[in-house]
Design a protein around this ligand. Structure first.
Ligand code: SF4
Length: 437
């Protein structure tokens, strides 16, 4: 009888790729949704902000409650990397702690039942990943670590400096995945626009685009997490002209007030951010996503107002809003005055309605258009609806398009169709399949 494995992947898509790498190493296990049946339970944790840390710890404790005797409980990922010593002392429930450098050795760790914490760059090109959640789309990691010094961020402290994969390694992984039928790719890292900077290149993404465009079987691609100070107008133009890369621009700006940007140590001012965003917006049919932080130390009502006004005026397609999290060891941890929690809560409410209006406008613009979309499967909303994703959107974060009519029969999940977007019901787009691609 096969041993059973239960896995929970928390946090961002970069963590998901690491989880998939672990699954690739543990192919001999049978997956189970029931933690009480599992012989091995892995929680790939996130330690980015307080809420993520709490969620990670609570998930581990809940699984410990549920697990059967003699099972192995493993805490992997960012949180156990960052707080390894404290967690080892305070969480005797966990059998193995592993950091961010041990994903490709998870099978050995289970065998040896011992923990190792030496971080090293792990980037899979030869290992076979088990891609979760899709038969058409895969995330591809470009690099580990980060050379930026954003004052609010603890990631470089525990993930280390930027270490890019070689282009050959990325190409090899994409080719292997196309052979398995994957045709849509999202390229990710902490700061994707710095890709290959550590190897002396300033045009890493431009070179990546050239390479990926030539791989047979790649129908669509996008790059996530562009960092403003390393994103160039040339790169925006390259993406705009690419026959394969979507006109998808994901650039977390974090704020727009000049003083706050300086204190965040983002290495770029508001005018240059605005120039880049406008260049992205002016690309035909572009999709522009960003993220911002609310309640950064010293943020005044006026500075917060600048941020809201900018979001209102710019017309982002999506905006992620994060509440400032005071992380030990970061520069902004020392910065005062802090914004009190009540004010932050009010600001979050205000900005949520600004963001909602912006998203709604973006969705309204799509009604009446025909888009290329992948039909992913039955919708969770209703048994008669199918869930689809316009290829312009990234999976997991940009939402879904519900299909309630089709001119074709025998639809295949994972295949591409032309979908006419017929209406917006609340915040949900509905569409009709009119043709196969
Ligand atoms: S770019 Fe800034 S926010 Fe992102 S990981 Fe690097 S230091 Fe952190």
């Amino acid at each position: 009888m096969n041993r059973k494995l239960h896995v929970v992947s928390l946090g961002c898509t970069k963590n998901l790729v690491d989880t998939e790498v672990m699954l690739g190493r543990l192919k001999s296990f049978e997956m189970t949704d029931a933690p009480d049946e599992a012989d091995v339970i892995i929680v790939n944790t996130c330690g980015f902000i307080d809420a993520a840390k709490e969620e990670s710890i609570q998930t581990v404790l809940n699984l410990h409650e549920a697990r059967k005797e003699d099972s192995l409980l493993i805490m992997a990922g960012c949180l156990s990397e960052r707080y390894k010593e404290e967690l080892q002392k305070e969480m005797p429930e966990v059998d193995i702690f592993t950091g961010v450098g041990d994903y490709d050795k998870i099978d050995e760790l289970i065998r040896a039942k011992r923990s190792r914490f030496t971080p090293h760059v792990f980037l899979s090109d030869n290992q076979e990943r088990i891609i979760t959640g899709s038969s058409s789309h895969a995330y591809i990691k470009l690099a580990e670590g980060c050379n930026q010094s954003c004052s609010f961020c603890a990631i470089p402290g525990f993930k280390g400096k930027l270490h890019s994969r070689t282009l050959e390694s990325v190409e090899k992984e994409v080719r292997r995945l196309t052979e398995r039928g994957f045709y849509d790719f999202s390229f990710i890292s902490q700061d994707s626009s710095s890709y290959l900077y550590d190897m002396g290149g300033r045009d890493g993404l431009i070179r990546l685009i050239d390479v990926v465009e030539k791989i047979e079987g790649v129908k669509s691609a996008r790059i996530l997490y562009l960092y403003p100070s390393t994103t160039s107008l040339e790169l925006i133009d390259k993406i705009a002209k690419s026959p394969v890369f979507q006109n998808y621009f994901d650039m977390p700006i974090q704020h727009i007030d000049p003083e706050i940007l300086k204190r965040m140590k983002r290495g770029i001012g508001s005018e240059n951010i605005d120039t880049l965003l406008k260049a992205m917006r002016s690309v035909e049919n572009s999709f522009v996503r960003t993220s911002v932080i609310v309640g950064f130390p010293t943020e005044s009502d006026e500075q917060f107002g600048h941020l809201c006004d900018y979001i209102e005026g710019f017309g982002f397609d999506r905006v992620n809003v994060f509440e400032y999290s005071d992380e030990e060891g970061t520069d902004s941890y020392e910065l005062k005055p802090k914004v009190d929690p009540e004010t932050i809560a009010k600001r979050l409410e205000t900005i949520a309605s600004t963001v909602e209006r912006s998203t709604l406008k973006s969705l309204e613009k799509m009604v009446g258009k025909r888009v290329e979309a992948v039909v992913e499967g039955p919708s969770d909303e209703h048994e008669f609806l199918l869930s689809a994703r316009p290829l312009l959107w990234a999976p997991d974060i940009d939402g879904e398009l519900l299909i309630n009519e089709s001119d074709l029969e025998d639809l295949k999940f994972g295949a591409l169709y032309t979908v006419e977007i017929t209406q917006l019901a609340g915040t949900q787009l509905l569409g009709r399949i009119v043709d196969a691609r």
